[in-house]
Design a binder for this molecule. Structure first.
Ligand SMILES: *Cc1c(COP(=O)(O)O)cnc(C)c1O
Length: 387
């Protein structure tokens, strides 16, 4: 059997044809495919506005800029995420504070967050970046209540969760990225994520002011919009009104994105099927903890994370058998760079214990039954021999 990775993209013939069509068209960038991808993605997640950008990290950076993160600002996030969630605050000169994770969901612990806010002088913190780890949507309804009380913005890192949702207290379905409770949401289209464009990212929001600011910052802070211009020299005239960046995405990437988006919903439901099969296979195995699922959430399963006692043993055993499991994530606060900022072992014990045991098993829509059975057999074989 060929190697089984933890995640992989699925490129169909239709995807390839869509890209070729754009290559033959007039616009390789700043053309119609970018706008189409933005509007279709906004519709998919249920948001008013979407801004397509070069990747998930530049999306995070732009959001921090649009929210006004500056030197001395303090922003809270979770240590169990990809480093970019936290780094984006540092890009703007801000400081990151980590709050430990919930031992069940592995998401930012909202009780601990509240405790931290209560015990800090008023106005200490500016914002919070919750992360929908593995595809489990953060309960941003509850987070919003707390954020409002302490005057924080919410930038949701939803890279793992397009297609996920939770049911709020008014019994209404809140699709991840819909802009109802979070000010901004960001997504990535790196090939291991749900939708692949090579490199690519998206920001969604319902806030028109933030949307306009993001648009401006994404392309050098330059505008040609007659309503925004302060002078008019003629048809060529544009103004650079802010210090922006070139964080644009190309039409080639977006053509692939539009085509991929057609299969996105189906992909999430296939991921849920795969998760159910893993859950079933591991449900009576004492050494394995399967993912937590609440009644009111629909998991998008970017990752299928188990906790297992001898994680390194299992990782190595699977690897020897051609199964490339992965660990998500090494706690950000224990990375050498963050240690230099003062973080150390023991600061966030729940996250650190999670890291000792976490392993992401193969999870992607084209994982076949045979492949999954093989993965399950190898995992069970390992834990049986461990006894
Ligand atoms: C992938 C990812 C990012 C960064 O996205 P890129 O497109 O790789 O820059 C940020 N946060 C999380 C949680 C991610 O999984």
């Amino acid at each position: 059997m060929k190697a089984i990775p933890y995640g992989r993209q699925y490129i169909s013939d239709e995807d390839i044809a869509a890209v070729v069509e754009t290559l033959r068209s007039d616009f390789l960038t700043q053309g119609p495919k970018v706008k189409e991808f933005e509007s279709k993605f906004a519709e998919y997640v249920g948001a008013k506005y979407a801004v397509a950008v070069s990747n998930g990290t530049t999306a995070l950076h732009l959001c921090n800029l649009a929210l006004g993160t500056k030197f001395g600002d303090k922003v809270i996030t979770t240590p169990i995420t990809f480093a970019a969630s936290a780094n984006s605050v540092l890009y703007c000169g801000g400081e990151v504070d980590f709050v430990d994770i919930d031992p069940d969901t592995y998401l930012l612990d909202i009780d601990k967050l509240e405790e931290k806010l209560e015990n800090a002088p008023k106005g200490t913190f500016n914002g919070v970046i919750p992360v929908d780890l593995a595809g489990y949507p953060v309960n941003v309804e509850r987070l919003r209540q707390i954020a409002d009380k302490y005057n924080l913005w919410i930038l949701e890192d939803a890279c793992h969760a397009p297609g996920g949702y939770f049911i709020d207290s008014k019994n209404s379905r809140q699709s991840c990225g819909n802009g109802v409770y979070s000010d901004l949401h960001i997504f990535s289209f790196h090939p291991v994520k749900h939708i692949a464009t090579g490199e690519g990212g998206m920001i969604t929001t319902n806030d028109e002011k933030l949307y306009k600011k993001l648009k401006l910052l994404c392309t050098h802070g330059i505008t040609k919009d007659p309503e925004l211009l302060t002078e008019d020299h003629g048809g060529w005239y544009y103004e650079m009104q802010e210090l922006g960046y070139n964080y644009r995405i190309s039409d080639i990437n977006c053509a692939l994105g539009v085509s991929q988006l057609k299969r996105a919903k189906e992909g999430v439901s296939k991921r849920n099927e795969i998760a159910r099969k893993y859950n079933e296979a591991f449900k009576n195995i004492a050494q394995i903890k399967t993912p937590f699922i609440a009644d009111n959430t629909y998991h998008a399963y970017h990752l299928y994370i188990i906790l297992v006692e001898n994680r390194k043993g299992l990782y190595d055993y699977l690897r020897k058998n051609g199964i490339y499991a992965q660990v998500h994530y090494i706690p950000v606060h224990l990375q050498p760079y963050y240690r230099r900022l003062g973080w150390k072992n023991g600061d966030l014990p729940v996250a650190e214990e999670y890291y000792e045991k976490a392993l992401s098993l193969p999870m992607y829509p084209t994982l076949t039954d045979d492949e999954q059975n093989y993965v399950i057999d190898k995992v069970l074989e390992f834990v049986k021999n461990e006894k």
